[in-house]
Write a protein that binds this ligand. Structure first.
Ligand code: TLP
Length: 344
């Protein structure tokens, strides 16, 4: 029996087609902008997002950090969700690297209320920092892959426009949001100034993210990328997989969403296990084991002994991430195995 890895969609390995493309990729020194494959990927993502330009970076974290560094000055304040990846999961980089402080907004199902965002914008006062950025996350990871509705994206963007504050979108999973909404990704990205698109989550590329925005922004961002040691050389080797991620893998994500829904339903039918089915929209599901008397670590240990991996914590809620390598068989095996281990 093969391993079933539901810890994250980041565990996806490159497809055979990606490996072939990587092998054959035309390359050059990207610091000199000589890598035709990187250039092609950047142009592709810029077009997909409806932006003027884009920059290939090593990771989603690097894309977000470079974005915050480029949008802000040290001592500024940025507005973001209290459960956002940038705030919780990026090692305090915005404080350490960009030197900014945070104004946090509570999200409900991943969505920040535009009025609450507006309320955090600082007025002109000698005592106050400048508000120089608003960050939005779509889909929202900690909210369990929830999609931010277009109207909510627009309302927040309108706040930014009214006050001259740019909006950065952590669109690590923007293609999942687009698949759920049935729109092109640029219909989401139109409500932000800059966007981080991850290639190495559900899209299966081995490495990389792309940060898209205006040409002027990307020029400045390029320098921050270099400062962080992210000026890569023959990066076309990895960008080649990224092109397939965007052109091909982004088109099949609805299948992952269907599978996630089936998994959610199956787990929810088990005694003591509950999933709020109405909240399942994309590939991430939040499963609550409270009724079994087990916490996440205990469930994870028992499943691991049966070759199924999840990331459990001391809490009773565990995230299950569905992706390209989790098909219907893996879903059924997972439901059966969870059913068995919670009774052990
Ligand atoms: N998320 C990872 C972990 O870091 C938690 C995961 O397993 O989901 N934005 C969002 C919304 C993300 O979910 C992630 C990765 C990132 C940014 C950072 O991307 P990487 O891991 O490429 O730096």
């Amino acid at each position: 029996m093969g391993l079933i890895d539901l810890r994250s969609d980041t565990v996806t390995k490159p497809t055979e087609e990606m490996r072939q493309a990587m092998y054959k990729a035309e390359v050059g020194d990207d610091v000199y902008r000589d890598d035709p494959t990187v250039n092609r990927l950047e142009e592709l993502v810029a077009r997909e997002m409806g932006k003027e330009a884009a920059l290939f970076v090593a990771s989603g974290t690097m894309a977000n950090q470079v974005a915050v560094m480029t949008h802000t000055q040290r001592g500024d304040e940025i507005i973001l969700g209290e459960k956002s990846h940038i705030y919780i999961n990026e090692v305090g980089g915005i404080a350490y690297l960009a030197g900014v402080q945070t104004a946090l907004v509570t999200e409900i199902d991943g969505v920040m209320d535009a009025g609450a965002v507006e309320g955090k914008i600082r007025s002109e006062n000698i005592h106050f920092p400048e508000t120089s950025l608003i960050c939005v996350e779509n889909t929202h990871n900690k909210a369990g892959g929830r999609v931010i509705p277009l109207e909510a994206m627009k309302s927040i963007h309108d706040v930014g426009l009214r006050h001259g504050v740019p909006v950065h979108l952590d669109g690590a999973r923007i293609y999942n949001a687009a698949a759920y909404l049935g729109v092109e990704a640029k219909e989401i990205a139109r409500y932000c100034d800059t966007v981080n698109v991850c290639l190495s989550k559900g899209l299966c590329a081995p490495v990389g993210s792309v940060l898209a925005g205006s040409s002027e922004f990307v020029e400045r961002a390029r320098k921050y990328r270099k400062m962080l040691g992210g000026g890569m050389r023959q990066a076309g080797i990895i960008a080649a997989a990224g092109i397939i991620a965007v052109e091909k893998m982004s088109k099949r994500l609805s299948k992952d969403h269907e599978n996630a829904f089936a998994l959610a339903n199956g787990l929810n039918s088990l005694e003591g296990v509950s999933v709020d089915i109405d909240k399942v929209q994309t590939n991430l599901i939040m499963v609550d084991f409270a009724g079994t008397g087990l916490n996440g670590v205990q469930v994870a240990e028992r499943l691991k002994a049966n070759r199924i991996l999840i990331n459990g914590s001391s809490e009773s809620v565990v995230r299950f991430a569905v992706h390209y390598y989790i098909g219907e068989d893996e879903i059924q095996r997972t439901i059966q195995m969870v059913s068995r281990v919670i009774k052990e």
